[in-house]
Ligand binder design. Sequence first.
Ligand code: FES
Length: 179
Amino acid sequence: MEASRRDFINLAIGGMGAIGALGALYPVVKTLAPSAASLASAKVEIDTSQLQDMQVRVTSWKGKPVFVVKLPEGFSESYDVIKERTNDAGKLNEELLKGQRVFAVVGICTHLGCIPLWAPSGDSDLQKSHHHCPCHGGIYTPWGDVVGGPPPRPLFIPPQKLEGTKLVIGEPGFIKEFV
Ligand code: FES
């Protein structure tokens, strides 16, 4: 009888401790869980109707800078530079984005994370339009493929789809998943 009462008291104390621990963890878990606002911002819609050929518009998706690029008709065929290094799909970005005149790439250099600059008319490093990372001389094509400098891979590409002139970043379409 005495033993079972002690057991009961021990169980009760253990249970209160567990409830206390859960109570202490709740604010931490609540902080780590994505808020409704951050989930809603997982999708960004850009009206590209006012974007001019060769113009880049900077936006933000999931807290990352994203470049929305618009290229002229037939631009790809005239862009004859050697592109190096492939993305996580084992391809060049240009292959994945082929035929897309309007698309988005993540504006974070894959070397050490600087934000590249858009040089629509080229510069002394490359006499063709490109994204130029000033930190260590990384050079990317408009599609984000590497043509020079230390970046180990192309710029990342978010999932995206085009609805008329509206580019929806964060939803699968002509790019199905983050690569
Ligand atoms: S951070 Fe861009 S080249 Fe180093």
